[in-house]
Unconditional design. Structure first.
Length: 154
C-alpha cells in the first residue's frame, strides 16, 4: 500500500547518476520514460541535451550529469528520462537509472552539508540519510535554471 502524502511524509522518485543517489520530489514527476531519440538544438546551453517528442509535445532534455559537473555520457550508455513540469513547460531530466519511490519523514531532511561541492549544493534542497547511504534531494526549480553557467561567467 502506498502511503498518502501528508504533512510529515514526503515522497521521492530515486534516480542514480554516476553511482550517486538522488531523490526527485514525487509531486514534481509527471512520467518516467525509457530512452527515446533526442534531437540536438543548435546554440543551446551545454546542459541541454536537446529535445524529445513525448506524445506530441516537444520536451527539453536536460543532462543532469552536465548540471553536476560529471563526466559526459557515452552515446551507447543507457539513460532514462524523468519528466517534470516547471512553469507550465515539460522537461526531461536525463539520469542513468530510476529506482523506487521512497516515502521519508520530513523531520529526517537535513540541509546540504557545507562539504558538498558548491555545484551540487546549488541543485540540492537537502539530504536524507539512509542505511549507509545519502539521498541528495534535487530541487527541480534549481536543476532547470539553465542560465546558471552564463550568469557565473558574467
Amino acid at each position: 500500500m502506498t502511503p498518502i502524502q501528508s504533512d510529515d511524509i514526503d515522497g521521492f522518485v530515486t534516480v542514480t547518476v554516476c553511482g550517486q543517489n538522488f531523490g526527485v520530489p514525487v509531486l514534481d514527476v509527471r512520467d518516467v520514460i525509457d530512452p527515446v531519440r533526442i534531437d540536438t538544438v543548435p546554440l543551446a546551453p551545454p546542459e541541454v541535451a536537446g529535445v524529445l517528442n513525448l506524445r506530441g509535445r516537444i520536451v527539453t532534455a536536460v543532462e543532469l550529469r552536465m548540471q553536476l559537473g560529471m563526466p559526459h555520457r557515452a552515446d551507447a550508455d543507457r539513460h532514462m528520462s524523468v519528466i517534470v513540469e516547471h512553469d507550465s513547460e515539460l522537461y526531461a531530466i536525463l539520469v542513468d537509472d530510476v529506482g523506487d519511490v521512497l516515502w521519508l519523514p520530513r523531520a529526517g531532511l537535513e540541509p546540504p552539508p557545507v562539504t558538498l561541492a558548491a555545484q551540487w549544493r546549488d541543485l540540492c534542497s537537502g539530504l536524507h540519510r539512509l542505511d549507509g547511504d545519502l539521498l541528495l534531494i534535487l530541487s527541480v526549480e534549481k536543476t532547470l535554471a539553465l542560465d546558471r553557467a552564463a550568469a557565473a561567467a558574467a
